[in-house]
Each structure stands twice: as structure tokens, then as C-alpha cells.
Design a protein around this ligand. Sequence first.
Ligand code: MG
Length: 382
Amino acid sequence: MKKVVILGSAGSIGTQTLDIISRLPEMFEVYGLATLDEVEILAMQAKIFRPNVVAIVDEAAALEFKNSFEGDLPEILTGAEGVEELAARTDADIIVNAIVGSAGLRPSLAAIREGVRLCTANKESLVIAGHIIMPLVREHGAELIPIDSEHSALLQASLAGNSREIRRLILTASGGPFRSKDIDLDTISVADALQHPKWSMGPKITIDSATMMNKGLEVIEARWLFDIPPDRIDVLVHPQSIIHSIVEFVDGSQIAQASMPDMRLPIQYALTYPERRPSPIGTLNLAEIGELTFEEPDFLKFPALLLAFDALEAGGSSPCVLNAANEAAVKLFIEGKIRFSDIARTVNRAMAAHEIIAKPSIDEVLALDEEIRERTLRDHAR
Ligand code: MG
């Protein structure tokens, strides 16, 4: 029986992780749950899954949880430190990090230092600190298993050979809701951008998919997870979202992973890896789908993707600036303060103004992250 901690349990990945755990009761039990402030959902989850510990970042929300919870209260940790403490609990075997954004970095580091299995949907921590995370994973004998569907596909496909035999990683991308539309990117509304054609996800990642910044962040994530230089990582637009990514080996073989687009599959694989178990995911019927199509990404229409490749090539603190400016710009867009097309412009401006730090420390990365986000938000406050 594996004890699982879910950080960000109230979100899209968190709730789907609990769905998978409820279907595999002989394999997994919930040890801990963490949320920023979603205490209603947390209370519901705690009643069903009976975790030993919960962590609630917001102090007022934690008090509300404590006062309103019916039944035996679990241990309650509070603040960002509480989440970090939960991630470092040695009683747990698996930490699922489903926190959105750079707030996921310290909990990831805490889990890695305990040498556990870290299943991560938090791509931002690898984007901003991959150069620190990967050596730490090796040093502590931890396991880092991606939950992102593309990286799960790459992991699954990579098992067809050894790592030295990998020539190229090909990340597929749905292209988001605006791929085929002849649309003025300046006029896109928040509601339009929140309509993803294939995947059901949280708002931040859905906007990132619409700008294709999500794919850019995933390229950076793949660079670290698989230790492959950026010139050997390609993006391939595949609107049907059936092939989730492809590994090309030195002999020219391309091994692809295909399945219905359902995040519960990569979540379950990360939990059960290297084993496989029956899952609730619908059977893929290729005859019914009939046609799978592929095309080059349009870098002119989606400059965010190009910015991500630029940041990866520039290295050092550059991906951190890319990510922080993007987080702030997405927030501004959702609040109606900037246009859709301003997201990439905002990121570009932040990157151009930044003097790169070659090998930033964790403290430097986190300080820079905060500084860039605050400055980006402040510049638009007027
Ligand atoms: Mg993905």
C-alpha cells in the first residue's frame, strides 16, 4: 500500500488524481492533501479519503476548515511552509505536485530531498529551476515522474530503447482553439481563450495552450526531464490530440504513445509506473477517429512558442523570466487588463530587459520570479 500526498488537491489534476486513487484502493491510500484556500472542496475530499494531514496555505481558510469540519479532524498545517512540511513527510511514498506556478518549486525540492517518488504536474518548477532539480533528484535517489501528458508519452515511448539511443523528442500540440481560425489575435476575449477544443484543464494552462506558451514551457520541461538539448526537441501540431508525443531513436524509428485525451491516464501511469493497471479511460478506436493530421507550428501566429525556445537557448535565469512574465501576463489578460496578443509582447519585453544570471540559485530564482511578476503587474496597474 503506497501512501500518497496530493499538493493542490482541489484543482483539476488534484481531483482527477483522487478519482484514480479511489479506483485503485488496493494500491494507494491518501496520506495528505494540500490547498491554497479551497476549504469546501478540501473538506469534502477529507471526508471521503480520510487523510492524516491537510495543509492549507491561507490562514483564515485554515481556521474556517478547522471550525466547520464535521468528524475527526486531520492534523492541520498552514502557510506555504505547511505545504513544504507536508511534501517532506517521510511517512509518504508518493508526492503528487499539482500546484500551479512557481509556488510549486519549494515543495518539489522538499519531496526530492526525502528521496521519494515525485509525480509532477507542476511544469513551472522544472522550467525555472531544472538545472537545480535534476542533479538533486540524482543525489537523493528520488524519482521524478511527469504527469504532463506529453512527457508521460515521452517517458512511455523512451522505454523502447535506452537513453543514449534517443535522437529526438517530438512534442505534439493540439494548437489550441485559434490554430485554424483566421482570427485577429487582438480581439480574442477571455471566454474564447478559455475554450480548449480537446482538454479540460485549469484556467492558467488553458490560456497558455491558446498562446502555445504551454508548449514552450513543455519544451523546457522536456529538456530537463530527458536531458536532451533544445536543438533536438521539435514541436508538431496534431489537432486531434491522440498521439501525445513521439520519441525518435538513432535508427530512425519513431515510437509514439496514443490514447484518448484524458489526464487520468498520465496521472495513473505516474502513480503505478513502471506497472500498468486497467483504467477508466475510454478505448481508443482509430477507425472511428479515421484521420490523424500533423503540421508545423505557426511561430508567427504564436510568438510565445518562439520566446520559449529563445529562453531555453539563452539559458540561466532566462526561462525563469519567461515563466514569471507569462504568469503575470496571463493574470492581466484574465482580469481584462491586456489583450490576448499582449501576453507574448509582455513576456518579450521582460526578457529583453533582463540581464541573464548564468546559474541562479534557488533563492535567486525565487527572488527573480517575484520581482518579474510584481514589475509586470505594476507596469499595467496604471
Ligand atoms: Mg501537456
